[in-house]
Design a protein around this ligand. Structure first.
Ligand SMILES: NC(=O)c1ccc[n+]([C@@H]2O[C@H](COP(=O)([O-])OP(=O)(O)OC[C@H]3O[C@@H](n4cnc5c(N)ncnc54)[C@H](OP(=O)(O)O)[C@@H]3O)[C@@H](O)[C@H]2O)c1
Length: 331
């Protein structure tokens, strides 16, 4: 495992573990996963040197925090624990209560990184950061982070907090490179961190899926990346990942992660549906891509132009209608 080179109280692994999957209906991994596999994934992650564990109060409506806290047990104090507040009514006393509630569900005395899950469009960050400052003063919270923030808002959040907002957790992968426009350069220039979520584009970059084999759960049914058209468009990128993977006796998913974390300020938090996946993801931290491989992957990513946003909405609706019709026919 490799770790971030930054002045945090505890070391932060370049590959972390995302835990939205734990106990969340929308991932559809079921009770056996929530009841035992998730715990085994956490224990194996610890053995492999992963220290960054990311959860949120909203994942499984608190179940993810509970599962993660139980699985970590006595190791809670030695890892870098990150959770998030959904900023509904983000006035300072509410922020404080919600931080305390997250810590209670986790069974933790300290949250290393408390993140604002997304910007509240109606309320500026002054109110929420007052609550964050209070939580830092009591010692419950170490670092403050944000998620899904624009650069302008990240800087405004820092001004409001009066100290560093360590990280911005954003969607970032070979399939989605918007953070490179301004967030990654800002982090590089100011000693901040980009936490890449959906670093495997929710499994797309594993190369396991194509238009005849699309993942079934509701998260990915609503993700335009898995539209048949986009799966076709991703073929060139997947081929490039496979070529580099072959040279390293690795998998496309590992190469996708290695490409991301090659940047010193970027860490990735892939989710995992099995122990084998967390093992594979952790090992990706130690893969060194050559400059040529890095360039080839970046160029292949430049060539991937998925249909997204408003243009994708009618197509997603059509795909859902067809899937429903197929299910009715089967019944
Ligand atoms: N801040 C935010 O707004 C936000 C939003 C989304 C996610 N997140 C965080 O980021 C984490 C990761 O993002 P994500 O779960 O959306 O996407 P992801 O990490 O890109 O994809 C996770 C999925 O990819 C597949 N996978 C994982 N490792 C693999 C491997 N080695 N080989 C092949 N397939 C593999 C698994 O699905 P299958 O095996 O079923 O294919 C797994 O559930 C979440 O758990 C959450 O903590 C944050």
């Amino acid at each position: 495992m490799r770790y971030l080179d930054i002045d945090t109280a505890k070391k932060v692994s370049k590959i972390g573990l995302g835990t939205w999957q734990f106990g969340s209906r929308e991932w559809g991994y079921g009770d056996a996963y929530a009841g035992s596999e998730a715990k085994a994934i956490v224990r194996r992650a610890l053995e492999l040197g992963i220290t960054l564990f990311d959860t949120a109060e909203i994942y499984g409506f608190g179940r993810s925090e509970r599962i993660l806290g139980e699985a970590l047990g006595d190791d809670l104090g030695s890892i870098f624990l990150a959770t998030k507040i959904l900023p509904v009514m983000p006035i300072a006393p509410v922020v404080e209560q919600r931080g305390v509630a997250s810590a209670a569900r986790l069974g933790a005395r300290h949250i290393d990184l408390y993140q604002v899950h997304q910007p509240n469009p109606a309320v500026r960050d002054g109110t929420i950061m007052r609550g964050m400052r209070a939580l830092q003063r009591t010692g419950l919270v170490g670092e403050v982070g944000v998620s899904n923030y624009s650069l302008r808002r990240w800087i405004a959040a820092e001004d409001a907090l009066g100290s560093r907002v360590l990280s911005n957790q954003v969607k970032y992968s070979l399939a989605w490179r918007q953070p490179e426009r301004d967030l990654v350069p800002y982090a590089q220039a100011h000693g901040r961190v980009i936490i890449a979520y959906s670093p495997l584009a929710q499994g797309l970059l594993s190369g396991r899926y194509d238009k005849d084999n699309r993942p079934a759960n509701s998260v990915r049914a609503g993700n335009s990346m898995f539209l048949p058209e986009n799966l076709d468009r991703a073929a060139g990128l997947i081929t490039s990942l496979r070529e580099v993977a072959d040279a390293h006796s690795a998998t496309p998913a590992q190469i996708a992660l290695a490409w991301l974390v090659r940047n010193p300020v970027v860490v990735a938090i892939p989710g995992a549906s099995s122990v084998a996946q967390v093992e594979s993801n952790a090992a990706a931290a130690d893969i060194d891509l050559t400059d040529e491989e890095y360039r080839a992957l970046t160029e292949a990513a430049d060539g991937f132009q998925p249909v997204t946003g408003l243009a994708a909405a009618p197509r997603l609706a059509r795909v859902r209608v067809r899937a429903r019709a197929r299910t009715r026919k089967k019944r």
